[in-house]
Ligand binder design. Structure first.
Ligand SMILES: Nc1ncnc2c1ncn2[C@@H]1O[C@H](COP(=O)(O)OP(=O)(O)OP(=O)(O)O)[C@@H](O)[C@H]1O
Length: 230
């Protein structure tokens, strides 16, 4: 086991067995994510990227193999304990933004801190601070339907990093954005990585995301086919 690892997958296999025919989405994948990485899991549609991200993020459990988060074997945790680990340790950015529609940008960002039991005044000031840091302070009182896709995704990034998680997982974060907006979003995440050491793992087949990765893991048919370091 690598003592520096944030998350480590060992020979993970995932079989979806709910349908008529079982689907083997991952076949013996091993990888380690260390602090400070800016890593892209790349590969064609159906290669297993989202499945792998879900395992690294404690959203799902492997059929075989193990995932360790800060050395802790996730298979030993209950659903509730995994939810707690996600709340405190992991930030998520999804392709569909997933902001709560009735809440303002500020309230969406604050929500994570509310769940963590942070007192109201501190919650508010930390959420505002992050929005301002990310250059979107003026969006604080807007609701999702009053924002563009790019603005909503910036708010989603603010929400993902507000509690300073150990790891941020971003599943196809630029999928619904035009390339200029996607580039600005990636600039923002690079800045968080460089200046605050936020660790990012992306899944994407978008060339724009792939070219920014400092480490690239190519998935094909549920296996890591090759790895590149830049
Ligand atoms: N909940 C599920 N039930 C059954 N099969 C699933 C489920 N989720 C994913 N799969 C299958 O597992 C395989 C890998 O899917 P996954 O979504 O991980 O790939 P992906 O590389 O992220 O693809 P995309 O880029 O299209 O999102 C695919 O064959 C997919 O159809």
């Amino acid at each position: 086991m690598n003592p520096n690892a944030i998350v480590q997958a060992e020979q993970v296999t995932k079989i979806y067995d709910e349908g008529a025919v079982p689907v083997q989405a991952l076949r013996g994948v091993s990888l380690t994510i260390e602090p400070g990485e800016f890593t892209v899991i790349a590969g064609p549609s159906g290669s297993g990227k989202t499945t792998l991200l879900n395992l690294l993020g404690a959203l799902d459990v492997p059929t075989e193999g193990r995932v360790f988060f800060e050395g802790q074997d996730l298979s030993t945790l209950s659903r509730r304990e995994r939810a707690r680990l996600r709340l405190y340790k992991i930030g998520f950015v999804f392709q569909a933004y997933n902001l709560i529609p009735v809440l303002t940008a500020l309230e969406n960002v604050e929500f994570v801190l509310l769940l963590q039991g942070v007192p109201e005044r501190e919650r508010r000031s930390r959420a505002l601070e992050v929005l301002e840091q990310l250059g979107i302070g003026e969006l604080a009182h807007k609701r999702p339907h009053e924002m563009s896709g790019g603005q909503q995704q910036r708010v989603a990034v603010a929400r993902a990093v507000v509690s300073r998680p150990r790891l941020v997982l971003a599943d196809e974060p630029t999928a619904n954005l035009d390339s200029a907006t996607g580039a600005r979003l990636l600039d923002l995440m690079e800045q968080l990585n460089r200046e605050q050491g936020v660790t990012f793992v992306f899944s994407s087949h978008d060339p724009q995301v792939i070219e920014r990765g400092r480490r690239l893991l190519w998935l094909h048919d549920g296996q890591i086919e090759r790895e590149e370091q830049r």
